[in-house]
Ligand binder design. Structure first.
Ligand SMILES: O=C(O)[C@H](O)[C@@H](O)[C@H](O)[C@H](O)COP(=O)(O)O
Length: 251
């Protein structure tokens, strides 16, 4: 049975900086153990802030970037050069500043790519990538929304009921833009370590409900459990409705 842990930081900036430091250490440890590592990135403000902190870290090149596989948990189905693309934001924040092997950066297709506007074909193609390449992700970063979504899996949406496919198209997403590609919960649960990273009071209810045992249909992030570890990385705001006291490392 995997373990669930909670760490609370004083504020969003410290959350992002500390998570970046934690990510460097974890990737280095996994690479030392097995010669390679895989990380799944998330969109959203917290996820991108972590990547910027990692870019600016003096320890960042402890990672062997040539032996890192990068995936995404979800992507907005928009043109490749759209500022709304998680991939574009991740490249600007970190990926274009480090010597990754381009063949090991596995982006989800844009809406002006090889599949055109066929989001179902783009989702199916990413599922093929996962089938061929990935026994299990080493570290998966996931953000979450105030109503409990994670990746692009929203409460009571078709995606949250998906049990067979690993990647699906999402339409009419409540969080714009409306059309997306997302891992499903079965695919998310293939991760060894899942880190749920979120700050701010607006997320406090979803965090508290998920940690109190809410069902994944109503609170999808509750279904994001790593096979080895599930780590909630919060700040005082997003942890503010937790009944159990979790000590901030800086307390
Ligand atoms: O593509 C996306 O929009 C994300 O993957 C989404 O799941 C995000 O992580 C959460 O909505 C949190 O976003 P914030 O950190 O900006 O609140």
């Amino acid at each position: 049975m995997s373990k669930t842990e909670v760490v609370v930081y004083e504020n969003p900036d410290l959350l992002a900086a500390a998570t970046a430091a934690r990510l460097i250490t974890r990737i280095v440890d996994v690479q030392a153990a097995k010669g390679t590592a895989s990380v799944v990135l998330t969109g959203g403000g917290t996820g991108i802030a972590i990547l910027r902190e990692l870019r600016d870290s003096s320890a960042r090149d402890a990672i062997d970037w040539s032996r890192l596989d990068v995936y995404w948990g979800d992507e907005r189905f928009v043109p490749a050069d759209s500022d709304e693309r998680n991939e574009k934001q991740a490249r600007e924040a970190l990926l274009d500043h480090v010597p990754l092997d381009p063949k090991r950066v596995h982006a989800m297709a844009p809406s002006d790519g090889e599949f055109g506007d066929d989001v179902d074909a783009a989702a199916a193609a990413y599922a093929e990538v996962l089938t061929s390449d990935v026994p299990a992700f080493d570290i998966m970063l996931l953000g979450l929304g105030g109503e409990g979504h994670t990746a692009s899996i929203f409460p009571e949406s078709p995606a949250v009921f998906e049990k067979d496919r690993s990647v699906v198209a999402v339409r009419d997403c409540p969080k714009p833009p409306p059309t997306r590609i997302s891992l499903t919960l079965p695919a998310i649960r293939r991760a060894q370590d899942i880190w749920l990273v979120t700050g701010g009071d607006a997320k406090a209810d979803a965090v508290a409900q998920a940690l109190a045992g809410a069902g994944e249909v109503q609170i999808p992030v509750a279904g994001a459990r790593g096979s080895r570890r599930t780590l909630w990385l919060l700040d005082r705001g997003s942890a503010s409705k937790l009944t159990k006291v979790y000590q901030s490392p800086t307390a």
